[in-house]
Design a protein around this ligand. Structure first.
Ligand code: S3P
Length: 437
């Protein structure tokens, strides 16, 4: 049913300024959670029913790869029914095409590493320059063989015969953690992974949901090999990183008012809500619920009386806000005190070099900014004009500058705007509904 989608440069979107920003919405399912459920449901015994699965192309790349590995997925109304391969990966007929999705490539490499066989992973142009050495190290320490092309994809994993390791994360990465835990599932012995920065823990919750026992002691997570997965039903909460665009838009208007329901509020992702509050947003949590360890709820966001203040972001905060930094920086010129970002070198190896592109596009809109190797300074109190934006075929850049465009003078042209479909195909429709013109 699923097929991998590649970012393409075909569409240009014009974004006009708006007078206000108000309304309510439900976000499509979280991209990170959808990836994990696609992979684990595809590897489990039985049929899992996934409701509100991400509409983004990336998690569909994960589904497509799992189909190539013997899983089946069928759309049943708003639910995707995934029948797993029962823990035995089928040898794929061709390459595993991950499209634009680093999550698919890194996490799935862990899952296939314990399986006897050879798996060749490919992706689009952007994915082909992203660092894969970070997963090669632990997977080879466990006994797999991983061939890279100058540190990147195409990547071939020769799996089977894994032994448990105790691994210390050299960088803050939930994808690396997931690759190691997924490999640990099929290794002999107990694998452990230690991280000094607490990264998103969707894999830990998802593994438990599928019946796997794992333990966290302090900074370290332990997983015993040889455990089998059983199918589950899940309603995927709305994506906080997609909500980020609209939460940032709410900071730009005195009388903004947004209500978001079924929004994922996992504490390892909800740092964004603290950041929005610190920058001057006023957030009310109207209700919270929990399903398979994932919290979700309804929130109301308005701009507080103090206006949009700005913020300094560094250290662990940068790691926890990594996906939201482009949009926070893009609206920085409109803040009172500016946005200062440090310790965010990882931004340079995302779907694009997000530091370079944020700088380039802010300058195209008339802002003065200073680039740093690991971040940027975006002074506040600046007026922007509409400009031509280069998305670099990066979904988060396309969406971030559509939000900056709301308060610019004149229209903004977003080139390669359809990259938004990688995580949020409905973005421009929702933007039009919420922006008051
Ligand atoms: C993700 C982890 C982060 C994030 C990415 C999704 C995940 O990447 O930037 O968009 O789902 O685990 P890293 O693990 O490379 O930090």
């Amino acid at each position: 049913m699923a097929s991998a989608t590649h970012a393409s440069a075909s569409k240009t979107q014009i974004v006009r300024p708006a007078r206000g920003f108000r309304g309510s919405l439900t976000l499509p399912g979280d991209k990170s959670i959808s990836h994990r459920y696609a992979m684990l449901a595809g590897f489990a015994s039985g049929t899992s029913r996934l409701t509100n699965f991400s509409t983004g192309a990336d998690p569909h790349s994960s589904l497509a790869c799992m189909e190539a590995l013997g899983a089946k997925s069928v759309l049943e109304g708003a639910t995707i029914a995934v029948t797993g391969n029962g823990g035995a990966m089928q040898q794929p007929k061709g390459d595993l095409d991950c499209g634009n999705s680093g999550s698919t490539m890194r996490m799935l490499a862990g899952l296939v590493a314990s399986q006897k066989g050879t798996y060749r992973f490919v992706g689009d142009e952007s994915l082909t320059v992203r660092p894969m050495e970070r997963i090669r190290k632990p997977l080879e320490a466990m006994g797999a063989k991983v061939d890279l092309t100058e540190g990147h994809a195409p990547m071939v994993v020769h799996g089977g015969g894994l032994k448990a390791i105790d691994f210390e994360a050299p960088i803050a990465s939930a994808q690396v953690k997931t690759a190691v835990l997924f490999a640990g599932l099929g290794a002999s012995g107990t694998t452990s992974f230690a991280e000094s920065v607490r990264t998103r823990d969707h894999s830990e919750h998802a593994l438990r949901a599928f019946g796997v026992e794992l333990e966290r002691r302090g900074e370290r997570v332990y997983i015993e090999g040889g455990q089998k997965l059983k199918a589950v039903d899940m309603t995927v909460p709305g994506d906080m990183s997609s909500a980020a665009f609209f939460l940032c838009a709410a900071l730009l208007y005195e009388d903004s008012n947004l209500v978001l329901d079924l929004l994922g509020m996992n504490p390892t992702r909800a740092t964004l809500l603290d950041a929005i509050s610190a920058m001057g947003g006023s957030i009310k949590v109207l209700d919270v619920q929990e399903h398979h360890g994932e919290m979700s709820g309804t929130i109301q966001v308005q701009r507080g009386f103090g206006g949009f203040k700005g913020m300094d972001i560094s250290g662990t905060l940068s790691a926890q806000l990594i996906d939201e930094l482009p949009v926070i920086a893009a609206i920085g010129p409109y803040s009172q005190n500016g946005i200062r970002i440090r310790d965010a070198k990882e931004l340079r190896v995302k779907e694009s070099d997000r530091i370079a592109l944020v700088m380039k596009n802010l300058r195209a809109m008339g802002a003065e900014v200073i680039e740093h190797e690991d971040g940027m300074d975006v002074p506040g109190g600046q007026r922007l004009h509409g400009g031509v934006i280069d998305s670099g075929l990066d979904h988060r850049i396309a969406m971030a500058f559509s939000i900056a465009a709301l308060r610019a003078e004149g229209e903004t042209e977003i080139q390669g705007a359809d990259a938004a479909s990688i995580s949020f195909p409905e973005f421009f429709d929702r933007l039009d509904e919420l922006a008051i013109r």
